[in-house]
Design a protein around this ligand. Structure first.
Ligand SMILES: [Fe+2]
Ligand SMILES: [Fe+2]
Length: 275
């Protein structure tokens, strides 16, 4: 029998796979392997690994400074394709972020449920990438056809040595932001009569609430283990690792559902646009 791979080794393999569709196929396959082993009562060992500082990525899209990424006009088909392309880029990055939290912090003792949650999230992000790529391909485009944002991995690098910082910035700031902006995006595609994209974004919107909730759950767990105040710790970490204020309007209802109450995010908000 071949030697069983550890979970962190599987995570590194996903991170080191460059092609988007191959990366997501591997992400889904390893998530299934993890789930089956858990269900059989014979969990795969977590192990420890040395993940790459940056994940492997395909040659295309070209990665540009956000200021140089062409602006999108959502009313036009080109603008809608550009939005889909940007979402695909975010989803591919999210696949890597969830495997990276598993691979990078294998040395921090955590309950098995922590790995269950991030494996499930990585599986869902892989599904999201595939769904959005299908929508792009239905419009005769594809992931890689347009340039994309180069700064996506910065949050991961900044928090490479700080698990609480990673939880604060990635699920509780960046993925929570996704909850704020997705309803508006769904509206754009509903108006355009693109049912396939509306259905894909509905799936993403529903599942992303859980990713934020997992972040909040494990952030609170770590604060509790160290007997620290979660709100104060969250504010300190976001100020340290996240560059700039949080942008309202916030989706307070979905944030609440995900275990993120207003005292976490309002004190960090840019209130210049609000009365
Ligand atoms: Fe996603
Ligand atoms: Fe997510």
């Amino acid at each position: 029998m071949p030697e069983q791979k550890t979970l962190t080794e599987m995570a590194c393999e996903v991170l080191c796979t460059a092609d988007g569709r191959e990366k997501t196929a591997l992400s889904r396959r390893y998530a299934e392997r993890w789930r089956e082993a858990r269900a059989a009562g014979a969990p795969i060992p977590v192990g420890t690994a040395n993940p790459p500082l940056r994940p492997a990525r395909p040659e295309k899209p070209e990665l540009l400074d956000p200021r140089d990424v062409p602006r999108r006009r959502p009313g036009s088909p080109q603008g809608q394709a550009a939005i889909l392309h940007a979402v695909a880029h975010i989803e591919l990055n999210a696949v890597d972020l969830h495997w990276d939290i598993i691979a990078r912090f294998g040395h921090v003792p955590m309950p098995m449920g922590f790995y269950d949650d991030w494996v499930k999230s990585a599986d869902e992000e892989a599904k999201h990438f595939n769904l959005i790529c299908d929508c792009l391909e239905a419009r005769d485009s594809h992931y890689g056809a347009l340039p994309a944002h180069a700064g996506m991995w910065r949050a991961a690098e900044d928090t490479a040595e700080d698990l609480m910082g990673r939880l604060a910035v990635v699920p509780m700031v960046l993925e929570a932001r996704g909850l704020d902006v997705t309803p508006g995006m769904i509206e754009i595609f509903r108006k355009a009569g693109d049912k396939q994209t509306v259905a894909a974004l509905d799936v993403i919107y529903a599942e992303e609430v859980h990713h934020v909730a997992y972040g909040s759950k494990w952030f609170h767990f770590l604060c509790g283990r160290e007997d620290r105040d979660p709100v104060t710790v969250f504010h300190d970490l976001v100020r340290r690792y996240f560059h700039g204020p949080l942008k309202p309007p916030f989706n307070e209802e979905k944030r609440a559902e995900a275990g993120l109450p207003p005292d976490f995010y309002w004190p960090l908000a840019d209130r210049s646009g609000t009365v």
